[in-house]
Design a protein around this ligand. Structure first.
Ligand code: ARG
Ligand code: ZN
Length: 886
């Protein structure tokens, strides 16, 4: 059942050209597929085996003649073929019944496709694997009134009317591509258009297609697209290679978006924004995702993956590229650091748990049952960190040279992660990366998050400071033993008053002021710095230079020094997180004094100083004041009592609310007026801090019975000129459990009842609200009966069910197990509709084996109940079976 990487063999046949003709009809779409095939001379040979899924096959012709074929395990098999031939296949499918949203489906009377990873086989029989690259010609035919816009990849070469009110459009893609990059769209859509001339002097037409009422929400996506085109050309010398580049938005989509050549298809969530309906976070996500899909045009489309085990070749690289894009758009170093902290936070709260749980897999996996389950934070975010470490090892210029060599060497090919790493190394022959390449590539093959333990020793007589590092990595499924990784450690040393010290390694002549990169390769290694006058405070892993867990036995005083002074903003933030985490863990452990204050005065004073500090940006303050998440705290514990973690973190929040009341008032007053709305990092940072202040002021009011701030918050909710301020005010009322929350929620629904993405927020806020005596689960069940709820729409299903099961641990982990029962029922229900979405939901109990009783047994039982369901999809089966094996 499992597909293994080591079993890769090249295809027995190549497909050179594909000519597709679609007669689009929601109930019965006809697909005529004419291909030219030839035998691959370098392969083992054998019959032609074409993939197909849920297709009705009407006809198979080889060189125009009826041919004999057989069906074997869902594949169409043809023997005794000539060396090269034309194959014609005629099939039909039913897009309107396609609730899996893979292949050709209908959303709001519009046809869309999603082919990655294995959806093309649901459109026609094909060699549906990424190393088979063909030239596509596509003719779309449909009713002209119902489907006025007909789009596919590449250039429009012909169009016109047909009898009976129908019309057609013919598209030719000038680039060869694998089937997963095929796309078509047909429906009533309108487009925002922009013509641009790039640096290379070429003209392009950019289009963003949406439904008629949404045109006023496409400006930001278009600007993001223009910025993406310009950035890729400027930073990496990669130009837009098409005359026409299209983005289309659909409200029914399993994932974020898809990089089909020249015709990117997006979840509306990552396209549509105006200030009345979208938050700053939405604006920033749109910029990232538009960039991400655009950057795939090179890292994915021009150079693609040989097989799906290489998925991170395109995804890790493209996430790295979209992260760099967003950072390069920042006006200053502080905004760049904020972006880096946000990215690391995602890695540590989502990827580290994955890497420690039953679904742990290497960045380049060795086997899978269902590839859709491997579109993971490991492939994407950890993959991006691996690329980032390469950049750290060869430098920014060296990395750009590596990228240039990679595309020069492999343009038009389907390649592997090895090919990528080799190209970066070959362009930097004198680098540590080149010297250490085979060992560096363990980042691709070994799963699990390495732990890096550091110990400092100061020798006053010798005036030396020695840092000793030991790296380990716990076993993961199928990998009991790990070999040492190459770990780049960016390091600085501060004196006790927080000034940066010059760094001189023992025996080396050069002195570095600021950050120095140490390259670890052994399981234990030490570095001695000379000329150190007093015991320094080490600032280790600056900028989070490697995806590892760093243990260093900092004193509280050292952490306070770093928090107040570290010139590296990442480690400055990290010091605050370490202090908060330390207090949280102590309180969680301390059952003797369950109600004692969690945070000490030193921490509170330090946070007050951060809030008051005029040299720090609001966005950075907001990050420093945000406590480590419950999920992140849980990962630090061998046994997890979710209720205890929740209670301690809530106590910490209540303490911050009351103790910093005056600072919150000042922070709100100073930051709430950001003038005319722009989504730039600086003003969105100020809105974020003002929003945080409101939440804490309402929390404090809850404790004191004060009504002034809740009243002001309600007024803010009513008057807000943009969705960010409005939603932050609403969230503050909901988070503090204030009685004004209910009428505000009702008003919010009434205002935005026709804005699907805003209604998603309305559902999600409630399903994610803090539990008070077990009241959230009944609310969630109520929400599922709301007329606006639908299980079939992935965004809506996620807004209620995932917000409860994955994002609200304090409400989900109930001692009576009712949360888990609810989860297992929803997984089973969703599985019958959309296995990809079901399998995602199935992952919310990944970490069940760490839970304390009674949660642990109840969670296991719920997983076993799902696993026992007859006809479970292989997507969900793979997830729950791996969980049960933990
Ligand atoms: N390649 C897309 C992206 O990251 C993701 C598509 C994943 N789709 C899926 N059905 N698994 O940009
Ligand atoms: Zn991607």
């Amino acid at each position: 059942l499992a597909i293994r990487r080591e079993d890769y063999v090249a295809p027995a046949w190549w497909i050179d050209t594909v000519d597709l003709t679609f007669d689009l009809d929601p109930a019965k779409t006809r697909v005529l597929n004419r291909m030219r095939l030839r035998r691959n001379p370098d392969s083992v040979g054998g019959p032609l085996r074409l993939d197909g899924d849920e297709l009705n096959l009407a006809r198979v012709l080889v060189d125009g003649q009826g041919a004999s074929f057989r069906m074997e395990a869902g594949q169409l098999v043809i023997d005794n073929l000539p060396e090269s031939f034309e194959l014609e296949i005629f099939t039909t499918c039913c897009p309107v019944k396609n609730t899996k949203l893979m292949g050709l489906f209908v959303s709001e009377n519009t046809f869309f496709t999603q082919c990655e990873a294995e959806g093309f086989r649901r459109i026609t029989y094909f060699l549906d694997r990424p190393d088979v690259m063909a030239s596509y010609t596509v003719t779309l035919r449909a009713d002209k009134t119902a489907y006025p816009v007909l789009l596919s990849n590449g250039n429009l070469v012909d169009s016109g009317d047909l009898p009976e009110g129908r019309h057609f459009a013919k598209w030719v893609d000038p680039f060869r591509k694998p089937s997963y990059l095929f796309a078509l769209v047909a429906g009533k859509l309108v487009a925002r258009e922009q013509r641009i001339t790039t640096r290379a002097g070429r003209d392009h037409l950019l289009q963003v297609y949406v439904r008629a009422g949404d045109l006023d929400k496409t400006e930001h996506a278009m600007n993001s697209l223009i910025n993406s085109v310009l950035w890729d050309e400027a930073r990496f010398g990669l130009p837009l290679d098409l005359d026409r580049f299209m983005i289309v938005a659909t409200s029914d989509f399993n994932m974020g978006a898809m990089e089909n050549k020249g015709l990117n298809i997006f979840n509306t969530k990552y396209v549509l924004a105006n200030q009345a309906t979208a938050t700053d976070a939405d604006y920033s996500n749109i910029e990232s995702v538009v960039g991400h899909e655009y950057f795939h045009n090179w890292s994915g489309d021009r150079v693609t993956c040989r097989d799906w085990f290489q998925l991170s070749l395109k995804e890790g690289l493209t996430v790295f590229r979209d992260q760099e894009f967003s950072m390069d758009l920042c006006a200053d170093a502080s905004a760049r650091a904020v972006k880096r902290i946000e990215d690391v936070r995602v890695l540590r709260t989502a990827q580290f748990p994955e890497d420690a749980g039953p679904m742990a897999h290497p960045v380049r996996p060795d086997s899978y049952i269902e590839i859709s389950n491997f579109y993971t934070v490991t492939i994407y975010e950890k993959g991006a960190e691996v690329v980032r470490m390469m950049q750290t090892l060869v430098g920014r210029k060296g990395f750009e040279a590596g990228i240039t060599l990679y595309f020069k060497r492999h343009d038009g090919q389907a390649v592997t992660c090895d090919d990528f790493a080799q190209a970066i190394a070959d362009a930097n022959l004198d680098s540590d990366l080149s010297r250490l390449l085979p060992q560096f590539k363990r980042w691709y093959s070994q799963a699990g998050t390495p732990r890096l333990a550091a110990h400092g020793h100061y020798d006053a007589d010798a005036r030396t400071y020695t840092l000793r590092f030991e790296q380990t990595c716990a076993p993961t499924p199928g990998q009991p033993l790990k070999l040492p990784f190459v770990i780049p450690v960016n390091l600085g040393l501060l004196d006790a008053s927080g000034r940066e010290l010059p760094l001189q390694l023992d025996g080396a002549a050069d002195v570095v002021r600021g950050t120095r990169t140490l390259v670890l390769t052994e399981s234990a290694q030490q570095f001695t710095f000379v000329g150190v006058d007093a015991e320094p405070v080490p600032s280790i892993l600056r900028g989070f230079s490697a995806p590892v867990i760093l243990d260093f036995d900092y004193s509280d005083a050292q952490l306070l020094t770093l928090l107040a002074n570290d010139p590296d903003p990442f480690n400055r933030w990290e010091a605050g997180q370490r202090l908060a985490l330390r207090s949280a863990l102590k309180a969680i452990d301390d059952s003797a004094a369950p109600d004692a204050p969690v945070l000490d005065t030193a921490y509170i004073d330090a946070m007050a100083a951060v809030l008051r500090n005029p040299t720090l940006d609001a966005a950075f303050k907001e990050l420093v004041l945000t406590l480590p998440s419950e999920t992140y705290i849980a990962e630090q514990l061998p046994v997890v009592d979710p209720q205890r973690i929740h209670a301690v973190r809530e106590a910490m929040r209540a303490q911050l609310a009351t103790a910093l009341f005056a600072q919150w008032e000042a922070a709100y007053d100073e930051n709430h007026d950001t003038g005319a709305y722009t989504p730039d990092p600086r003003s969105s940072g100020r809105r974020a801090l003002a929003g945080m202040a409101l939440t804490f002021l309402c929390l404090a009011a809850r404790a004191s019975g004060d009504t002034v701030w809740p009243g002001k918050t309600l007024q803010r909710f009513k008057d807000a000129g943009n969705m960010t301020d409005r939603f932050n005010a609403l969230s503050a009322l909901v988070a503090s459990g204030h009685s004004l929350a209910a009428p505000a929620l009702a008003r919010f629904h009434a205002i935005f009842k026709d804005e699907a993405l805003v209604i998603d927020k309305w559902f999600s806020l409630q399903a994610g609200s803090p539990d008070r005596g077990g009241d959230v689960l009944p609310l969630v069940k109520q929400l599922m009966k709301h007329p606006d709820f639908s299980l079939k729409n992935p965004n809506r299903a996620r807004s209620v069910i995932f917000s409860y099961c994955s994002a609200n641990p304090g409400a989900f982990h109930r001692p009576d197990a009712a949360g888990y029962v609810f989860w297992s029922e929803r997984v089973c229900e969703l599985d019958a509709i959309n296995p990809q979405v079901a399998a995602r939901l199935a992952r919310s109990l990944d970490r069940w084996s760490k839970l304390a009783e009674p949660y642990r047994s109840a969670a296991r039982e719920a997983i076993a109940r799902v696993a026992a369901k007859p006809d479970l999809s292989k997507d969900t089966q793979e997830v729950v079976n791996r969980a049960l094996a933990d």
